[in-house]
Design a binder for this molecule. Structure first.
Ligand SMILES: Nc1ncnc2c1ncn2[C@@H]1O[C@H](COP(=O)(O)OP(=O)(O)OP(=O)(O)O)[C@@H](O)[C@H]1O
Length: 540
């Protein structure tokens, strides 16, 4: 018999034997089998239920262990970050589309008690994340928060079936979907490049056109400020060697590339190496200024500058008006003419004579060979000449002016002339920034012109970039009137306090100020709402 016939026959015989044997099986065995079957089914159901319970407990514990709590803008938030994990299917999956759909659903769900921010910084994984967060008071209902978070997670996973969300535990240093700002993770998600946005989230689009560096975190997101904010002025502070000059050079170069006229008042002669494309005015080709080439209404300012730079007393300042009058008449500025000018001032009393001599001693510096090179009534630039000359990128190397008073006088005149030029020839296409190194030499509380300039010159498309080692050494107006601040390493407690009061740092952030490496800085600007820790890019 072949096998095709044999098998059915064998099966039929088997069934017959089974049916017959039922008659001889004891009825109690059937009951036993029945009961154990029911027990088995019940056991199966409870195991499955228990399995889900256990899984729920594990997931909840996982979320609980991933809850971060931070302070931001004097509010407190809790949040959980989730990595987006793509499930591999072998098919081409449009993850972006799925995530977008999930976001649309979340956006429509108005009643939810948890906010959502979505960050997609690297395409497409890893580096993408969901952040579920909620503002809280001291005590908050953690269990409820976890429930809300898990329900949102479920929504996302069911609408985007090819991804799963994995909570990022607090200790997970490999992936942090936030910039790690000064040791704590803050809500400054606006610095991320966002492909997806949730309307009512705290996160803003972050725009800039002057890139200066990258965030110090796992992402190293490019950061910068808006060139239109330059007219609200820039302050750069930091200890010696912390990177101020380099940072100011990066800014100078970027602004120059954007069509700004840039003038660097280089106190120590350090910028030449960084800005080799800029016009350089040093010892051999320093620009002479004409100290009497200004409008009548500016006499006050010119006297004020001279008073401040040469440390004139009030009576000496008064005589300075008369000297200026004579200077315009004589139109020479050498030692002989200065002597003649002073002699021509009527001195009826001994006191006036003494004041004249004292003033003469202070003005003498203008008649020295270097003084005459810097200030020339015949051949010096008027404010118009200077404004026209200093187009593009320019370095004025002041380090070659050895007399410090003369150096300050020259730099102050130069600034005054530039303010005058941009004020007089207002034009939206004419934009300038003046980089003022070692600004404590000018912005030291005595100089009313510069204080006024900080408040007023923004209207004329001029920005000041004020560079100094310590904020306590410059006038408080500098802190008040600069909206872009770049703070490199700061050591002194007084300076730390001034910075902290000005830009609102918490304790931890203040502690980090003296631990910043070269080129690292705290950065704040109007286009970002919260200060961030950045590394200034290397000038290239
Ligand atoms: N962002 C950066 N990337 C790489 N190197 C940097 C950076 N910033 C500064 N440096 C380097 O660190 C050194 C000190 O920088 P810099 O001269 O700018 O400091 P500084 O604060 O201006 O010092 P000082 O007050 O003494 O003039 C330089 O050699 C500079 O090239």
């Amino acid at each position: 018999m072949n096998s095709r016939v044999f098998s059915p026959v064998l099966m039929a015989v088997g069934i017959l034997i089974l049916v017959n044997s039922l008659h001889i099986i004891n009825i109690s065995i059937i009951y036993l089998l029945l009961i154990s079957g029911i027990v088995g089914i019940l056991l199966l159901i409870t195991t499955k239920l228990n399995y889900h319970k256990v899984k729920d407990v594990i997931v909840r514990a996982e979320v609980k262990g991933s809850i971060h709590r931070i302070k931001y803008n004097s509010k407190e938030f809790v949040y959980v970050s989730f990595k987006i994990i793509g499930k591999e299917t072998g098919n081409q999956i449009d993850y972006s589309k799925e995530i977008s759909q999930a976001i649309e659903v979340i956006k429509r769900h108005k009643e939810r008690k948890v906010n959502v921010a979505i960050l997609t910084t690297l395409d497409p994984f890893p580096g993408s994340g969901f952040i579920f967060y909620r503002e809280v008071q001291n005590d908050y209902d953690e269990t409820d928060f976890i429930t809300q978070v898990l329900s949102l997670k479920n929504v996302v996973e069911s609408i985007a079936p090819h991804i799963s969300l994995e909570p990022v535990s607090i200790n997970d240093s490999v992936f942090l979907p936030f910039p790690k700002v000064m040791g704590s993770v803050v809500f400054s998600g606006h610095i991320f490049y966002k492909r997806f946005s949730v309307e009512e989230s705290d996160f803003l689009d972050y725009k800039y056109d002057i890139e200066i560096g990258k965030t110090i975190d796992n992402y190293q997101i490019p950061v910068g400020f808006l060139s239109s904010d330059v007219f609200k002025h820039i302050a750069i502070f930091g200890a010696t060697g912390s990177g101020k000059t380099h940072t100011a050079s990066v800014i100078a170069k970027e602004l120059f590339d954007k069509g700004f006229n840039v003038v660097v008042l280089d106190w120590h002669g350090e910028y030449k190496n960084y800005l080799s494309d800029f016009n350089y005015y040093g010892k051999d080709n320093i620009i002479p200024l004409n100290p009497i080439a200004y409008e009548e209404q500016d006499t006050e300012d010119i006297i004020e500058i001279t008073k401040e730079a040469l440390e004139l007393t009030e009576p000496q300042t008064f005589l300075m008006y008369l000297v200026l009058e004579q200077l315009k008449r004589v139109r020479r500025l050498d030692s002989t003419s200065l002597k003649l000018i002073l002699e021509s001032i009527n001195a009826e009393s001994y006191m006036i004579r003494d004041i004249k001599f004292a003033l003469g001693r202070k003005l003498y510096v203008l008649t020295t060979p270097q003084g005459r090179k810097l200030f020339s009534i015949d051949g010096g630039d008027s404010f118009i000449d200077l404004g026209e000359r200093l187009k593009g990128g320019n370095i004025i190397d002041l380090s070659t002016i050895y007399n410090i008073k003369l150096r300050r006088l020259y730099a102050l005149y130069l600034m005054k002339f530039l303010f005058e030029y941009y004020q007089r020839f207002r034009d939206p296409d004419k934009k300038a920034v003046i980089i003022v190194e070692e600004a404590q030499n000018y912005f030291n509380g005595n100089n009313e012109i510069l204080k006024r300039a900080l408040q007023e010159i923004r209207k004329f498309n001029i920005g000041l970039c004020i560079v100094s080692q310590s904020p306590s050494s410059v006038d408080p107006e500098v802190m008040k009137n600069t909206s872009i601040k770049i703070i490199h390493s700061i050591k002194s407690n007084l300076d730390k306090k001034i910075i902290s009061d000005s830009i609102g740092l918490d304790k931890e952030q203040i502690n980090i100020l003296d631990k910043l490496d070269i080129g690292e800085a705290v950065f704040i600007a109007p286009n970002i709402r919260k200060n961030i820790l950045i590394k200034i890019k290397k000038i290239g």
